[in-house]
Design a protein around this ligand. Structure first.
Ligand code: RAM
Length: 344
């Protein structure tokens, strides 16, 4: 198995992983105290793109120390709700039902930048706090961003470029065609690809954050592009599906895949050499931070103006940045040297 990951990239990744491990170890046992000014008993709905995706289970659940854990610590009434597919048609009725149930705040991973907006704008007019996390919409008070979109796009291209020696045809297996986050990252991937003139992006296909569809579109790529050298899948559902298709003597070491995924879903493919490296951030911390931001806003303890600051429990102090965003941190790289340190 080749390992061509440049030393400086590995060193950077190591630093990021160390930072991430330190916060992970704090787990759910954090004894964060709610600031006295925060309102208790708020009804806060956490709305991932869809249910049944383990990335969102980690981001949201009490057990992992995600959004619902923070809401519990703050004395709010938190609930995770969503549809079954990564589409606005599936997500929207659930958001509408949350509003009918008396939501004070909504924390949403957007399945589309615009389609949710008539509903979310009406909610904000009624005084409901709308925060996005993971995937943005054009209508919200704050976006809690996992890492810069440029950083996420660039790291995936850099990882694959190193593995294919900066040469050859590549494709992307994305989530849905409308997802804000994947489309933004793909835009930055195209920018980063300009640094690699011998790499050609031949096709973008969509697995809709569904394993069966992701498998099918990957197989389609392999038969349609016999000279394909690499695949980027910037989705935690897509990348394990791509890896499963490539996990055979026919493809291993010949076609490389990277992207974003949770460690537990990739351990097998890292161990057998199908995948060398991939990237992520700490999803539980993302959910935790989003919950604090939503409660701060809903309590009128902060506004969404750039420069506002708040303390997000065990994670410490955050500042509202340009475009009304709050940045969690940097993406980190997982490979065989560290993937087994994580359990989510
Ligand atoms: C999937 C979703 C999510 C994305 C992760 C990496 O779980 O598409 O939005 O952030 O992958």
């Amino acid at each position: 198995m080749r390992s061509t990951f440049p030393k400086w990239r590995a060193a950077l990744a190591g630093l990021a992983v160390a930072a991430m491990a330190a916060t992970t170890l704090v787990g759910t046992a954090g004894t964060a105290q709610a600031a006295p000014s925060l309102t208790k008993g708020l009804k806060v709905f956490v709305v991932p793109k869809n249910l049944g995706n383990s990335y969102f289970t980690t981001a949201d659940s009490v057990k992992s120390g995600g959004a619902l854990a923070a809401l519990q610590q703050l004395g709010e009434i938190g609930q995770e709700t969503s549809g079954t597919t990564d589409t606005p048609a599936s997500q929207l009725p659930v958001i509408q039902a949350d509003i009918t149930k008396g939501a004070n705040a909504l924390i949403i991973s957007g399945t589309d930048p615009a389609a949710l907006c008539p509903t979310l704008n009406a909610a904000m007019k009624k005084g409901i706090t709308v925060v996005t996390y993971d995937s943005d919409t054009n209508c919200r008070s704050l976006f809690i961003e996992q890492a810069t979109a440029q950083g996420i796009g660039a790291i995936e291209v850099d990882l694959l470029a190193a593995e294919i020696h900066d040469t050859g045809q590549i494709a992307i297996v994305s989530a849905s065609i409308d997802d804000t986050n994947q489309n933004t990252w793909i835009g930055y991937m195209k920018q980063e690809l300009k640094k690699f003139p011998k790499i050609t992006l031949v096709k973008i296909v969509y697995g809709n954050d569904d394993t069966a569809t992701s498998t099918q579109v990957t197989e389609g790529l392999l038969s349609g592009y016999p000279n394909l050298k690499g695949i980027i899948s910037p989705t935690s559902v897509g990348l394990p599906a791509v890896a499963a298709v490539l996990d055979s003597a026919k493809y291993r070491g010949k076609i490389y895949a990277t992207g974003l995924a949770t460690p537990n879903e990739m351990k097998k493919y890292i161990a057998d050499g199908t995948v060398i490296a991939f990237a992520l951030w700490n999803p539980a911390n993302l959910g935790y931070l989003a919950a604090y931001a939503a409660v701060e806003l809903a309590s009128h303890a902060i506004t969404n103006a750039p420069g506002q600051t708040f303390v997000a429990g065990k994670l410490g102090k955050y500042v509202v940045g340009a475009d009304h965003t709050v940045l969690l941190g940097a993406p980190f790289v997982l490979n065989k040297s560290n993937v087994n340190q994580f359990n989510f």
